[in-house]
Design a protein around this ligand. Sequence first.
Ligand code: GDP
Length: 175
Amino acid sequence: RESWASDSSDSVISSGSDSDGRLYKVILLGEHGVGKTSLAGEGNTYDRSIVVDGEEASLVVFDIWDQWLQNHCMKMGDAYIIVYSVTDKVSFEKASELRIQLRRARQTEDIPIILVGNKSDLVRSREVSVDEGRACAVVFDCKFIETSAALHHNVKDLFEGIVRQIRLRKDSKED
Ligand code: GDP
């Protein structure tokens, strides 16, 4: 098993392994305060094992928010979750930046990315609409989901979605 440096000062990583023993690194990117830690830690803290389509996958999440490490992680993830807060327009703009950086770092690779608008429960302080999020995901060429880590809404779907996307790409490579 690969082990990850968990520098306490940056944002990221989760790893999951499939039944074939391969370890998948899922990296959470996003502005400070958007809810990465909350999303990652839901259920068992930093350690999740989920059954997706009848097959188990385990995810371990590390919280990293340091810019340097985020950049570093652009090259090592098998999949990425780009998180913004629907209550924070600046974090939404930052998500676009991260997408561009990711594209630059992984030019030709087809890596799974999910754009996540978190804090959907905070209806009255919403600054980014669902449509804006969706439109952004079209431009990003990635999946989109709104979550509420606070209400545990869609979080399971998010992690299942990322596992499915990793498997899909893996399967198409093997064919
Ligand atoms: P990180 O810096 O991206 O890891 O963000 P955290 O997970 O530490 O969350 C920042 C703050 O937002 C904390 O006070 C969380 O409790 C709060 N938070 C995270 N997710 C949600 C959510 O879905 N809804 C609400 N209302 N608050 C949230």
